[in-house]
Design a protein around this ligand. Structure first.
Ligand code: NAD
Ligand code: ZN
Length: 364
């Protein structure tokens, strides 16, 4: 078990290890005194891990309520948040009560946003159960929901009080869901850490089998190592730029186009898969348009192929640019993209919105 400390607008620990869920109550009570807690989870994770988490919290003296929503990106909306708020209000939750987000990135984003606005903000705990949530979304305090017009268009910065990351939960993921997290890990490698990029390249899809419960071989240790490396990078970035006005924007590598791909597919293409395509399109376009010194699109393509990501984008530059113009990264007539200079070096580039379609075309 390892603790990584974050010191942002709130100070908190990220605890990473195995077999942690059965002691959820113990870990949570170290930061939040026994109170009412609302476990927010989706219908799949509910069946897998709710019982263990709920019993442990009850044993530690918490009064447990629950809100279960239908899995998937289409539940990441304001109506889900509104139902959570009503449930807590009906049950007389006060400012000293808390939310527990048990699940993937969707659960964390929705639950965190509800925590940020209920009674103008209550504490919450992130318990990530996907590889993506472990390496990325559970840390850093970005919360929010999608609007009809696009991804993550409503939200708040609201840091958790604790992140409890039990890597044993990866054992029940499908390979497809595991891959979503791989895309974010590749992103960290590509923007800031070549050793991480190389480690992912070295092991490829073999890392997945290593996530099986009870598998304590070197490769599964490598997987946990990857979680720690990604979380440490994110921690450092968040501590430097919590509100996303500077270096944190690098974490959007592949995301402006990725979000457009998710939306164009009506969310049938999941976040990580869309980000993988987004990173590839941006890298190819940067090279073709002479915006980078070295061509790292081949490195990106090779690593994605090593994990068997689908790498063909089913949408046109017209479709993607139309949606991408609604992205949060647009300011007036420009949009800021993250472009790769080489592996481990990316930079922010403002592009005129009238050039976006041509840019995307160059990467398709
Ligand atoms: N806030 C941030 O900083 C941030 C960062 C990256 C991504 N995100 C957001 O995260 C979301 C994607 O997260 P995700 O990929 O975790 O999606 P998700 O939460 O939908 O989880 C993916 C699927 O895995 C299932 N699942 C979860 N844990 C499981 C387990 N242990 N075993 C078996 N099945 C399990 C879920 O039921 C779901 O069907 C997107 O909405 C994205 O925008 C947010
Ligand atoms: Zn992402």
């Amino acid at each position: 078990m390892e603790k990584i400390q974050v010191s942002a607008s709130r100070k908190y620990d990220i605890i990473i290890g195995r077999d942690l869920l059965k002691d959820t109550g113990k870990y949570v009570s170290q930061v939040i005194s026994p109170c009412k807690v609302c476990i927010i989870t989706d219908d799949i994770v509910y069946g897998l891990y709710h019982h263990m988490v709920c019993s442990s919290l009850t044993d530690a003296g918490f009064e447990v309520f629950r809100f279960i929503f239908e899995k998937g990106e289409r539940s990441k909306n304001i109506n889900t948040v509104s139902s959570i708020l009503e449930l807590m209000a009906e049950n007389d939750f006060t400012r000293s009560d808390a939310i527990i987000a048990l699940g993937g990135g969707i659960t964390g984003d929705v639950a965190g946003f509800a925590a940020s606005i209920f009674l103008r903000g209550i504490q919450f705990v992130q318990i990530p159960t996907t590889f993506l949530a472990a390496v990325d979304s559970s840390v850093g305090g970005k919360t929010g929901v999608n609007l009809q017009s696009g991804k993550n268009l409503a939200g708040a910065f609201w840091q958790p009080s604790l992140v409890l990351c039990d890597c044993n939960t990866f054992a029940t993921l499908t390979y497809e869901i595991f891959l979503d997290g791989v895309a974010e890990a590749v992103k960290y490698g590509a923007i800031l850490d070549k050793s991480l990029f190389d480690l992912l390249m070295l092991h490829g899809d073999k890392l997945f089998n290593s996530s099986m419960v009870g598998n304590n071989d070197c490769l599964s240790d490598t997987l946990i190592q990857i979680v720690k490396q990604c979380v440490s990078i994110k921690r450092d970035i968040v501590m430097e730029d919590e509100r996303d006005t500077g270096i944190r924007q690098l974490l959007n590598f592949g995301h402006t186009i990725g979000h457009a791909i998710e939306k164009c597919s009506n969310y049938s293409i999941t976040h990580g898969h869309a980000v993988a395509l987004g990173m590839l399109i941006v890298s190819k376009a940067s090279h073709k348009l002479g915006l980078c010194q070295t061509d790292c699109s081949l490195d990106i393509e090779n690593i994605l192929m090593k994990f068997n990501f689908p790498i063909t984008c089913p949408f046109t530059s017209e479709e993607l640019s139309h949606i991408a113009l609604k992205d949060k990264k647009r300011a007036g007539d420009t949009i800021t993209l993250v472009l790769p200079e080489s592996i481990e070096h990316c930079y922010l580039k403002k592009i005129d919105i009238s050039d976006l379609k041509t840019f995307i075309s160059a990467g398709l």
